[in-house]
Design a protein around this ligand. Structure first.
Ligand SMILES: Cc1ncc(COP(=O)(O)O)c(C=O)c1O
Length: 473
């Protein structure tokens, strides 16, 4: 493709994306297709001859029914994964410049912009200068890297000797029973083994119980195991539960354990000084992950991983082949994680901050928190409706509980009305189980979601859930 052709097609595609975003509110939020429908649009074999990209817009139109519209103002499912248009431009530039950052030399600009952006994020999150950051693709990878680093740190860098086989004492790790699935997954992939993974009980607010944590650690010590890492969740996926970071950090210091903080979702709120009480004690963490590619508003994938003492990470991750020479004055990000090649992801942070400034991002997050508070108040004030977990930020966990319904019948009612809301295409919510029963999570924070959208959602939920009572069912 010549640069001239690129300009012509590129301008047309930018127009197409802009139109798509401008009309997104009119599209069904949840994809309306059945499994296989999108695959069927494609031939069974690849095109042997060039077709050209001239007709690509009409091909793309065919995919639209298969899109779940995360950027719709009526998206309240899983978590906000904002992809503002500044990120779209940054991604175009990142690929347009065609950089592959395997060493500083391979792209000094990529390396140094990442270093500056991670330091800007550090300041925005209120972390002290002790912390240094690196971009990982996802929180799952960052947490996995934390497990690998902690394992090496606690075992005196066992990979340099007998590897996992050489360990005399089994290493144990501790995560809340509400931890995101990527957390136990990371522990298992890092070789700790199910037998050494402790799912610590949580209290009525779904936060890790300190008495349970301590008893488990003491039992492991008494039985000859070596406690290695605790993961504190600052904002669980299910209900935004907040583990007590300061109290966990105190146990980590007492027993010599690595502290990793999973603030993948709620970490975005730390750009608001008034929310930082939620991770009080975080300065004691050894590693922290926050996903700017969730609520903060930088398109997926972009996960911020901060470490207090980078030498542990580097010691676990570094390689030193002759063809990747070290530059003493520069960071070698290949030694700060698993992949060698890296994209120019930091442009998304730079573009977002140039576009909105820290104040613009703060204003949007405050708006979302206010909207969640408003919804919480409506639910609490309405007979037959219940808020089921504290609402520290932007997720409201709720249930409609008609008189006389409980157990399986109530679960069925919950799933029925949520499915009706989702099938309507007017909003998209995700149900989840807590303590064995279904509830509905309303996760507020898509970039275009304003108060009137949340008001419309509340009416829609009431209409679908209370329908049964009207029908006398
Ligand atoms: C608390 C928490 N941790 C980790 C993750 C995993 O994030 P990622 O998709 O970046 O791996 C999520 C995603 O929802 C999350 O909410």
């Amino acid at each position: 493709m010549s640069p001239e052709e690129f300009k012509r097609l590129g301008h047309a595609l930018i127009d197409w994306i802009a139109e798509f975003r401008a009309g997104i509110e009119e599209l069904p939020v949840m994809a309306q297709v059945q499994p296989g429908e999108i695959k069927a649009l494609f031939g069974k074999t690849p095109p042997q001859r060039p077709e050209g990209l001239g007709g690509i817009q009409s091909d793309l139109e065919g995919l639209l029914p298969g899109l779940t519209n995360w950027q719709s103002p009526n998206f309240y499912a899983w978590f906000p994964s904002n992809a503002p248009l500044s990120s779209v431009l940054a991604d175009i530039v990142a690929t347009g410049l065609g950089q592959t950052g395997i060493t500083w030399q391979a792209s000094p600009a990529l390396s140094e912009v990442e270093e500056v952006m991670m330091d800007w994020l550090r300041q925005m999150f209120g972390l002290s200068q002790t912390f240094q950051g690196v971009i990982q693709d996802t929180a799952s990878t960052a947490t996995f890297v934390a497990f690998l680093t902690a394992r090496e740190w606690a075992s005196g860098y066992s990979q340099n000797r007998g590897g996992l086989q050489g360990e005399a004492k089994p290493l144990t790790v501790y995560v809340s029973d509400q931890a995101h699935s990527s957390v136990p997954k990371g522990a298992l992939l890092a070789g700790f083994g199910k037998d050494n993974l402790r799912l610590v009980e949580t209290d009525e607010a779904f936060a890790m119980r300190m008495d349970a944590l301590e008893a488990t650690i003491e039992r492991d010590l008494a039985e000859g195991r070596k406690p290695c890492m605790i993961v504190a969740a600052v904002g669980t996926t299910g209900s935004t539960a907040i583990d007590p970071v300061r109290e966990i950090a105190e146990r980590c210091q007492r027993y010599g354990i690595w502290l990793h903080v999973d603030a993948a979702m709620a970490g975005s709120a730390m750009i608001l000084p008034e929310c930082r009480y939620l991770w009080d004690g975080v300065e004691q963490a050894d590693s922290i992950v926050i996903n700017p590619h969730k609520w903060l508003g930088m398109a997926c994938d972009l996960s911020a991983y901060f470490v207090r003492e980078p030498e542990h990470l580097i010691r676990a991750m570094s390689t030193n082949p002759s063809y990747l020479p070290k530059v003493e004055e520069a960071k070698a990000y290949k030694d700060w994680g698993i992949p060698l090649g890296r994209r120019f992801r930091s442009l998304k942070i730079w573009f977002a901050l140039k576009d909105q400034g820290v104040e613009g991002l703060q204003a949007r997050l405050r708006r979302d928190i206010e909207n969640a508070k408003w919804l919480e108040e409506q639910v609490r004030a309405t007979p037959g409706w219940k808020v089921l977990a504290p609402v520290p930020l932007q997720t409201v966990c709720l249930r409609h509980e008609p008189q006389g319904l409980s157990g399986e019948a109530l679960d069925k009612h919950t799933l029925d009305w949520v499915n009706r809301v989702n099938r309507s295409g007017k909003a998209f919510l995700t149900p989840a189980t807590a303590r064995g029963h279904w509830l509905v999570r309303v996760s507020i924070g898509a970039e275009p979601t304003e108060r009137h959208h949340v008001e419309a959602l509340w009416s829609l939920m009431r209409q679908e859930a209370e329908r049964m009572e009207v029908a006398g069912g």
